[in-house]
Structure formats: structure tokens, C-alpha cells
Design a protein around this ligand. Sequence first.
Ligand code: FES
Ligand code: FES
Length: 131
Amino acid sequence: MTYSNKVLDHYENPRNVGSFDKDDDSVGTGMVGAPACGDVMKLQIKVNADGMIEDARFKTYGCGSAIASSSLVTEWVKGKSLDEALQIKNSEIAEELALPPVKIHCSILAEDAIKAAIDDYQKRQENKNKA
Ligand code: FES
Ligand code: FES
């Protein structure tokens, strides 16, 4: 199988690789696995006082398409509100990267990871307000 140029670009020059401190209250962490292949993706967002995502990081133990999908999503979420980031669809990721059908689940992983990160951030805020 050949990868598209955009996949190769993100695979060879992944954006925003790394981690934030997951105990930081401004950080949300999403960790998801793909049952189809066993690959794992960790995606983190950092949210500012206005509720906008100001930065994002990822670590993906997976195929080139999964790495490219997570790299792309970290770029897309920056500057978005949480609601806007929740609108990101795996089909948009797959289209942007020209993923073939067998690699669609890799983009689903990225959509799930950003949703999980937002969920974690929101739970964290609720717990903070209870404390
Ligand atoms: Fe690894 Fe699919 S087999 S990402
Ligand atoms: Fe499974 Fe890419 S995440 S093949």
C-alpha cells in the first residue's frame, strides 16, 4: 500500500509530538486503542481561561496513518473552542489525508482521542469545582 503525500508529510514531520502534565487542571488527556489492530493513541489538549484550546500534543504507537491523523488533529484543534473541536469528524481527517478504506479506522482513532481528551478536561473542571 502506498501512502498519500500528506500522510508521508505528517509521518515524517509529525507536529506536536510529546506530552503535557496530565495532572495539570488546564489539560485534558484522551487515550484510545484500536481494537482492529491494537494501536494506541494518546492525545492531549491544553485549554486557556477563555475555554479555547491553545495547544495540543500526541503520542501514537501505531501505523503511519494513525500518526498522520493524530498529527493533523493536533493542528486542527488549536484555536478552537471545545464545542468546535467536538465537531471534527473522522471523515474530514480521512479526506484530508486521502486515506484508503482499510485505514479509515486510524482516523476514527483520532476523532475518538480528541473526544476523550475533551471529556477528560470537562470532568476535571467538574471535580475542581466540587473540591
Ligand atoms: Fe497498526 Fe493498523 S495495524 S495501525
Ligand atoms: Fe490501526 Fe492504523 S490505527 S492500522
